[in-house]
Design a protein around this ligand. Structure first.
Ligand code: GCV
Length: 668
């Protein structure tokens, strides 16, 4: 009897230990159990990538024997793959080792998420699926909420952290095939010989995983690094400098991907400083890269010098340049016209530049969505974009990374889902956000239905909930100055650019609220194709989720629900708060189904999320009430703060998250 009791205690303790031994560092790659299936490689061309594919399967594949072979196939893109199941064997083929590696992860994903393993042909929707790190060489990360930068520049090139390989593996497992290592606010030092050797060391680690390295470059690098008197893209000395630099890069990294450039934006130098256009700047770099098959990703995130509506500026600056870019330039456009707001209509540049290659830039890091404190699953937001912008109009997809040195990589355990979903959607934008959440949950936490179903629903609702408690009905950019964490609709920084002020965007006054971008206002609606222009331009047809983005309306405007605009606003804020309360309950109910460590971590972050949601609701409603002068409907939760108290909040946000440079008043 004693013996049995002892055994029971041992089993229970080991179970508890197992449930607790999870710090999130294994991401969604937590395959466990006996593998043991035979994996045969029927290719004479050995490669490190092919070996990795075979090794991944040998470690974890539990199904029928697999044969991997490199084969040309007209139906397959370079990194596409074919899986044929039959006669007790799985035959996998691809034109490249990278395709076979993707196929290996595909099979393991199906196995680990308990999906049917069937014959299939898979090709990625985009050839370029790229992470953009906003990592600085001092290891701070602009808008990073998961510790320091992964890249330990001081110890590179000789010391290679194990995490570099794990990072590459995680990316490859979801099809990400490129990484821009450094911040778009780029230090010229990244192009020095010393740093290029460090970059080479990382590129060598990433290569077997099919990941190419790219760099953000500072347009004035020739001046900063070699004291050239100018960075004018039409100056021969400048052209020569870039050609030489590019040769130096390719001598170290033969498969280097190319450059990402933020020019003439927020204080960054660019061709306009020398009287040249964005196209002239981009083309000069593209010419230097061309013979090496490198590309230029030129960002359209610019401010025009005119006082045009902020939401119109990128279009005004870039549309006239349509057709003027070299074939190896891709113009990289943020998904929305302003700046990664919780919800934006798509940027009208998509669809407007028919003679230019375009790529979308999503933000995976949650600069405007509660940093790493709020559980917000971003796939539904990205799906909204793909619902309006046909995926075929894009050449590539980029996502601003949320990865850092934290043990669990992303800060919030659920922020990993956004890295995962970015990769999955970049491979196949027609996947549903629910299906992606489902497979991520099964691989990352638990396969139990009692866990996956309610938490899948929670994830699906989380973005809308955040929009509701932060900025419902098309409100935008009413964040606190600089760090963009909490609400500050009253913010007024003397001397700052007007279009960095919340009041520029919400335009609240006694008669109403919202930004009139219709034909009676800034006419931003005219930048959209006719059918959408008509839809957005009229308040009675404009989708309510964009209403105050496109219209300034009276507080008594009648909404589809029958409520007045003021009442609807109050209800939306309240409903966001109530949803987070529900998320807490849903989470607490699954406690017994997952490990204690991650359970508590998420539980604690949900408490913060709820406190913040209430803060948002009280701050915005009490502030807007000063204009509407209307009562907060009695059936919603009452404010618990005083407006004056809320106005005094100053957060101890670190320099990591809020770079000092943002506090300067820069004109372009
Ligand atoms: C990297 C926003 C962010 C900045 C960022 C910029 C950009 O303004 O707040 O931190 O800078 O976008 O995308 O270039």
């Amino acid at each position: 009897m004693k013996h049995r009791l002892y055994l029971l205690i041992c089993i229970t303790l080991s179970f508890i230990n197992q449930m607790a031994a999870e710090n999130g560092s294994r991401l969604w790659l937590r395959q466990s159990g006996e593998a043991g299936a035979s994996v045969e490689v029927s290719s004479r061309r050995a490669s490190a990538t092919l070996n990795l594919a075979a090794e991944e399967l040998r470690q974890a594949w539990k199904g029928n024997p697999v044969t991997l072979s490199i084969e040309r196939d007209k139906a397959l893109a370079a990194d596409g793959f074919k899986i044929v199941c039959g006669e007790g064997r799985v035959r996998v083929s691809s034109p490249t080792g990278t395709g076979l590696l993707y196929a290996a992860y595909h099979l393991l994903r199906l196995q680990e998420s308990e999906q049917v393993i069937a014959s299939t042909t898979e090709n990625p929707a985009y050839t370029l699926r790229i992470l953009n790190h906003w990592d600085n060489i001092d290891r701070t990360v602009e808008r990073g909420y998961a510790g320091q930068s992964l890249w330990d520049w001081e110890r590179l090139p000789h010391n290679l952290s194990e995490r570099y390989k794990e990072y590459a593996r995680a990316n490859a497992s979801v099809g990400i095939n490129g990484t821009v290592l450094n911040n778009v606010n780029a230090s010229p030092v990244i192009l020095s010989a010393e740093y290029l050797n460090k970059v080479k060391a990382l590129a060598d680690v990433f290569r077997p995983y099919g990941i190419r390295v790219y760099l953000s470059v500072n347009f004035a690098s020739p001046m900063a690094l070699d004291s050239l008197p100018t960075a004018d893209p039409l100056d021969k000395r400048v052209v020569g400098w870039w050609k030489k630099k590019v040769r130096e890069i390719y001598s170290l990294i033969p498969d280097f991907g190319g450059f990402l450039v933020k020019a003439n934006s927020e204080g960054q130098p660019g061709p306009c400083d020398f009287g040249r256009t964005h196209a002239e700047g981009a083309n000069m770099l593209a010419d230097a890269l061309k013979s090496h098959k490198g590309i230029v990703m030129w960002r359209a995130f610019v401010y025009s010098p005119s006082d045009a509506d902020r939401a119109k500026q990128a279009y005004l600056e870039f549309k006239p340049l349509d057709g003027r870019f070299r074939p190896n330039v891709i113009v990289q456009v943020k998904n929305g016209p302003v700046d990664f707001q919780p919800r934006e209509p798509y940027s009208p540049l998509f669809g407007a530049m028919r003679h230019t290659s375009l790529m979308v830039e999503f933000q995976i890091t949650q600069e405007y969505l509660g940093h790493s404190n709020h559980l917000v699953y971003l796939a539904p937001m990205w799906k909204e974009f793909f619902g309006l912008v046909p995926p075929s109009t894009l050449k590539a997809v980029a996502g601003v990374s949320n990865i850092g040195s934290d043990a669990n990589w992303c800060g919030h355990p659920f922020a990993q889902a956004n890295w995962y979903a970015f990769g999955r959607l970049a491979w196949n934008p027609s996947l549903s956000s629910e299906a992606i959440a489902d497979e991520w949950l099964r691989q990352t936490f638990s396969k139990e239905k009692e866990f996956v179903e309610p938490i899948g629903r929670l994830m699906a609702e989380s973005h809308e909930a955040a929009v509701d408690y932060m900025m419902p009905l098309g409100l935008h950019h009413i964040f606190a100055w600089g760090h963009h964490y909490g609400p500050e609709p009253w913010c007024n920084v003397p001397g700052a650019r007007p279009d960095w002020m919340p009041s520029y965007y919400h335009r609240a006054e006694e008669s109403g609220i919202g930004f009139d971008r219709s034909h009676t206002g800034s006419r931003a609606t005219a930048q959209y194709p006719d059918s959408l222009c008509r839809l957005y331009d009229n308040p009675s047809t404009c989708p309510e989720q964009y209403l105050l983005w496109f219209h300034h309306l009276s507080w008594s405007h009648r909404m589809k629900s029958g409520r007045t605009l003021w009442d609807e606003l109050c209800h939306r804020y309240d409903s966001g708060v109530q949803q987070v309360r529900e998320f807490q309950k849903t989470w607490d109910r699954v406690e017994s189904l997952i490990d204690a460590e991650r359970f508590r971590d998420v539980q604690s972050r949900l408490k913060t999320q709820l406190r913040d949601a209430i803060w948002w609701k009280d701050a915005c409603l009490l502030y807007f009430q000063e204009f509407s002068k209307l009562a907060i409907p009695y059936n919603i939760e009452r404010p618990i703060h005083e407006l004056e108290e809320l106005k005094k909040i100053v957060l101890p946000i670190s320099n990591f998250e809020c770079p000092d440079s943002r506090l300067l008043n820069r004109n372009r």
